[in-house]
Design a protein around this ligand. Structure first.
Ligand SMILES: [Zn+2]
Length: 312
């Protein structure tokens, strides 16, 4: 991903106020009592962390590499074992796609990227992007066990080729896998992508493993989709954390969906390590197992398991 700019303007503040007001009103909550502990047992953070470690164990995984191919195969195998349907690896970019059927016609796309930035010796991407993949795989296990889902189907996609190659500009060369997926959707639903007109929302996880996790609303992201995660977190723990605050905009795999007219949310903590955004550990060998935590995967995953089946 690439940080585009900060935004702390009036519009951002107005959206924050709107989100706070809706949250205070309990808008759209599921009506379960606090005693029922609605998040319990939905998301196995240790199993998710094992998936993160498995990816890191493969080593650097840049798009087009033998390690990337092995990663895609690991993801496809994990999705099949989870009980997801119609698992396949797209071409030419190796997006791994799968489906969890719902009873309605609509689709929510849930994704993360599996490639790592090239050209950085020793870069294993524990956070960027193994953490997002780990959350999506564990969500797949949880959601597949509940299938058919009561509303929309969930289409899972683990994107290849999110990162730009070498020194190329992210706007020109990043997001190649997600652009491919959207192209296949626009072509009526090729290679496991649903037809674009069925996609009603897109949820992206990226850099959600930071032990010091904060996931403010990314400025391109739909405020109502974001709010659903804050509400779910509040139901589970009594606090919307880590889904609090407003942040600048980030270019990431949700952008091609937004450009195609799909409301999307990028759940990303783009302050990783000391210093200013994006933090000193981003795109360095410090993005390793010492700086990611199962508790962070759990905070995001538990909320997502509750929020995704009932997104606005
Ligand atoms: Zn990156």
């Amino acid at each position: 991903m690439r940080v585009k700019r900060h935004r702390n303007d009036a519009k951002g503040r107005a959206l924050a106020a709107l989100a706070a007001a809706l949250l205070a009103a309990g808008c759209g909550s599921g009506g379960e009592s606090a005693d029922s502990d609605p998040g319990a047992g939905r998301f196995d953070a240790q199993r998710a962390f094992a998936d993160l470690e498995a990816q890191v164990g493969i080593g650097p995984r840049p798009a087009g590499s033998a390690a990337s191919k092995r990663t895609a195969q690991f993801i496809a195998r994990s999705l099949r074992e989870a009980g997801a349907r119609r698992v396949r690896i797209q071409r030419p970019h190796r997006n791994v796609v799968a489906e969890i059927p719902g009873s309605g016609p609509g689709v929510v796309v849930v994704g993360a990227h599996h490639d790592t930035q090239d050209g950085i010796p020793g870069f294993v991407g524990a956070n960027d992007g193994a953490s997002g993949v780990a959350v999506v795989l564990e969500l797949a296990r949880h959601l597949a066990a509940e299938a058919p889902l009561p509303g929309r189907s969930v289409h899972l996609v683990l994107f290849d080729a999110e990162e730009a190659r070498g020194q190329r500009a992210f706007t020109e060369d990043g997001m190649r896998g997600s652009r491919q997926y959207v192209r296949y959707a626009q072509a009526g639903g090729r290679q496991g992508a649903p037809p674009l007109e069925r996609i009603e929302a897109m949820v992206l996880f990226d850099m959600v493993g930071d032990c010091d996790l904060q996931v403010p609303r990314e400025a391109n992201s739909d405020p109502y989709l974001y709010l659903a995660f804050a509400e779910a977190a509040e139901e589970i723990s009594g606090s919307p954390a880590p889904f609090e605050g407003e942040a600048g905009s980030v270019l990431d795999d949700h952008i091609p969906f937004i450009e195609a007219g799909v409301p999307s949310v990028d759940l990303i903590d783009f302050t990783y390590g000391p210093g200013e955004v994006p933090g000193e550990w981003w795109h360095t060998p410090e993005d390793n197992l010492e700086h990611v935590c199962a508790e962070s995967l759990e905070a995001v995953g538990e909320a997502a398991a509750l929020a995704i089946p009932r997104l606005p």
